[in-house]
Each structure stands twice: as C-alpha cells, then as structure tokens.
Design a protein around this ligand. Structure first.
Ligand code: EPZ
Length: 430
C-alpha cells in the first residue's frame, strides 16, 4: 500500500509553484467536447481525477491528445456514444459535468451517478431541476442519470442553494439552448468564472459569471479555442497553511491573490504575515498561532475545501477555536485521526470545538478524503517525530507531486510502497 511518510518540525522555506485548478479543469475539459473543432487546454493539473475524466471522454469517442502532462488537445465533435459508464467514472464527482456538456451539444446523455469524496450526502437535485427547466426529460435508472431533449429552450432558473456543480452544469447546457437563460442564486467561485470564460472563448454568450445572476444567450455552435486554466486556489491555500504550521517562510507562486482573500485573512487573524504580490503570496509564521473562529461559506466566504487544513492549524493555536462547516455535513472525519496525533477536538453536529495543544506527535493515520488527507500531511509536517499517512490515493486525486513540492521546500517526506521503504525512511531520519 502506498503511503506518505514524513518527519515533522522542519520549517518549510523557499518557493513553490502552484498548478492549474483541478475543479476548474474538470469542468473545462468536459465543456471542451461541446466545440465543433479542436480545443487546446493548458495548465491542467496532472492528477488522478483529471486523468479519469479524460479516459471517459476518450471512451465515448472524443479525441484526446495529451500534448504534455499539463496540456491537452481535445476534439469532441465525433462523439457518437452518449453513455458514459466507464469503470472509474463513478468515482469522480465531476463526471456529472459530462451530463451538461453532452446534453447541451447532443441533446442526450447517460452518465453513471457521480461518487467523489465522501464528505456528506451530495445530491444532484439542483442539476436535474435545471436540466428539466431547460426542457430535458431526466430519469435515474440502473445507476445512470439519463437526460434527453428534443430541444433545449432557455428559461429562468432559481437555485435553492448555492451550488458550484449545478451552476456550471446548467450553464454548459444553456449555452447551446435556444434563447435566453437566467441562473439566479448562482455560485460565484473563481472556477465558475473560469468555465464561463472558457465557454465564451468558444463563442458562448454569457454575462454575469462571478455574480449571483448569470445571463446566457444560447448559440448553435461553439468553435475551437486555446485556453489556460486558472491556478488552484486550494492547492495554494494548502501550501500557505503548511508554511504556517511549520513556522516557515514560503513564497507561493503562480496564484491569483484575490482568490485567496478568505484564506489569507484567516492566516493573518491567527498571527501569520501574508504578503501579496501580483501573482504570488508569501507566508511567514513565527511563534504560537492565535485562536479564531471560522465558518465555511460559498465564495467569497471561507472555502469548505480549506476547512480541514484550517482545523489542523487551530489544533496547535493558543486557546479554544471553533470551526463551523456549513456546506458538507460529513467533513470532520479527520478529527479521529488528528486526535491520534494529540489534537483536542470535540465535534457537535457541524461545529468543531478545538482546544489548541502545543504540538502534535507523529502517528499512523489514514486520509479519509482528499482535503482531509492534505490536512493530515500538514499535521505530520508540524508534528514531533514520524507520521505515516495511509490511503493517499485520495490525496493524489487532487494534488500533483505533493511530496516532491514539499521536499523542495525542505520537508522530509517520501512516498513509500513497501514496509522496507518505510523502515529505511525511519532509519534515515532517526
Ligand atoms: C464542488 O463540489 C467541488 N467539486 C468540491 O470540491 C467543493 O467542496 C464544492 O464544490 C464546494 O466548493 C468539484 O468541483 C468536482 P456544490 P459540488 O454543488 O459541485 C448542496 C474537493 O475537495 N447541493 O457547490 O459537488 C450540496 O449538498 C471537492 O476538491 C444540493 O443540495 O458542490 C452542498 O451542501 C470536494 N443539491 C452544497 O449544495 C445539488 O443538486 C454545495 O455543493 C447540488 C448541491
């Protein structure tokens, strides 16, 4: 079994380059099949979820040419199979973007019900509500969501809850519907804007992405394009928090500081120095962190995808902090693991009450999901002694070259796959 093993309490120092945003890339690659010519997408992260999605697109007849690990040329104009039931596709959440993309372009789609990280019940009722409002018939049969329409007709859609996935999916179908669609109470996340910009680069007519109301005028055809995905704000935030947790000094490069405002503000709250540059942020931490309170919220609020990493920091801060998770009800599964490292956290419903300890102690822990896994790595980098993180396949869904990037900042961390390699690491660092 593959594991990350690390020795903690080494301050991270230096520079790290952030890759393209996984959650933007997944939607953009799905949307790319809507074009009638080739599309080149640059700055895609070379991570498991992206590779699974590309395989699925290939599986239905899309031409996928991986020019290099971060660039792909894609042509979906010859797709004749609208049924996406590739073995691994149900393991990734973003498979649902193929529904919106196929329905928009080909007016029919059958996609295996999405899985993804187990962070709570993850309904897709809003996606379905949107497709139905556009005129599609939608049903769930034998584990597949089926959507079909003779014509898609633009309409007014109000989302009862702010949903990134539903906003993007409805937008993808609506750009090829007849007439005007208005999506109200839309998600405003940077990747919603990135997908809208990408669709616009192919000729879609979209206004208001990044605000509560998105207005779309449908077009018959989308043409080819060349587009670069935005930097990953969550990967960036993860390195910023790793710098803080280890009393480090790290320049996080290739970011859009505006997308990191909530993360940077909370770091400043707990005593970190965060300096912003045009396309970089530098995080410096000296001394004990201070307590604070956070509540996860849709953008521009504090991101749920940074919640576990934040709890790891607060677990070492002075005093008692609270973390309220308002998006996904099951996002505290790392707490038991962190407790094994000495953390003092009590969870009541969707609130974690965290009494800071001086330092974590290394232990063998398991990643319960992607971001929680990254958070446990941060804890291990700050802990006294050696930490082993199991189930790293979750982490590899969304972080490219994670141990390599951390090593380049001075961390002692390795990916091991045998007991022998693990013992060798232990001997080396003892
Ligand atoms: C996206 O998930 C991301 N995934 C998640 O990233 C991220 O945590 C989440 O947005 C919030 O930012 C991808 O982009 C692939 P939502 P998504 O629809 O689209 C409820 C990571 O670690 N809801 O914005 O599934 C839902 O239950 C992952 O990279 C409905 O009720 O999230 C939740 O409470 C994990 N009905 C809230 O809305 C629906 O039809 C927000 O979910 C859809 C959602």
């Amino acid at each position: 079994m593959e594991q990350y093993v690390m020795r903690g309490r080494i301050p991270l120092n230096g520079e790290v380059e952030i890759g393209g945003a996984k959650n933007a890339a997944l939607a953009i690659l799905a949307a790319a099949i809507q074009a009638s010519d080739s599309v080149i997408v640059e700055n895609i992260p070379n991570v498991r979820d992206v590779n699974v999605l590309l395989e699925a697109i290939r599986g239905i007849g899309g031409i996928v040419d991986r020019i290099d690990p971060h660039t792909v040329r894609l042509n979906g104009s010859l797709i004749t199979d609208y049924r996406v039931d590739y073995e691994y596709i149900k393991k990734i959440r973003a498979s649902y973007y193929l529904l919106g993309a196929l329905l928009g372009k080909y007016k029919q789609a059958e996609v295996a019900l999405p899985g993804g990280c187990d962070i709570g019940s993850r309904p897709i009722d809003l996606h379905i509500k949107g497709f139905r409002a556009l005129g599609a018939e939608v049903s769930i049969e034998h584990g597949l969501i089926k959507a079909k329409a003779d014509r898609l007709i633009g309409t007014h859609i109000y989302l009862d809850k702010v949903s990134v996935g539903a906003t993007i999916n409805i937008m993808m179908a609506a750009v090829m519907a007849e007439g005007k669609t208005i999506i109200e109470n839309a998600a405003k996340e940077p990747h919603v804007v990135d997908v809208a910009n990408f669709l616009s680069s192919m000729g879609a007519r979209i206004r208001g992405a990044g605000t509560d109301v998105i207005r779309i005028v449908g077009v018959e055809n989308l043409h080819g394009s060349e587009y670069a995905v935005i930097p990953d704000q969550i990967e960036a935030g993860t390195f910023m928090f790793a710098a803080a947790a280890t009393q480090g000094d790290v320049l996080v490069k290739n970011v859009i500081p505006k997308h990191l405002e909530a993360t940077s503000a909370k770091l400043a709250d707990i005593g970190c120095t965060v300096r912003e540059y045009d396309d970089a942020v530098r995080v410096t931490m000296k001394g004990r962190m201070k307590r604070t309170q956070i509540t996860t919220l849709p953008y521009p609020g504090f991101p749920t995808d940074m919640q576990p990493q934040m709890s790891v920091l607060l677990g070492m801060a002075e005093g008692t902090s609270t973390v309220t998770e308002s998006i996904f009800e099951n996002r505290f599964k790392y707490v038991d693991e962190l407790t094994r490292m000495g953390a003092n956290i009590k969870v009541e419903s969707n609130i974690a009450v965290i009494s800071g300890v001086e330092c974590y102690t290394g232990a063998i822990v398991s990643a319960p999901d992607l971001r929680a896994g990254a958070a446990l790595v941060i804890a291990g980098l700050a802990a006294d002694g050696v930490t082993v993180v199991d189930d790293i396949h979750y982490i590899e869904r969304g972080y490219e070259a994670f141990p390599q990037k951390l090593s380049a900042l001075g961390a002692q961390i390795e990916k091991v796959s045998t007991e022998k390699e693990l013992q060798k690491f232990r001997l080396k660092v003892s």
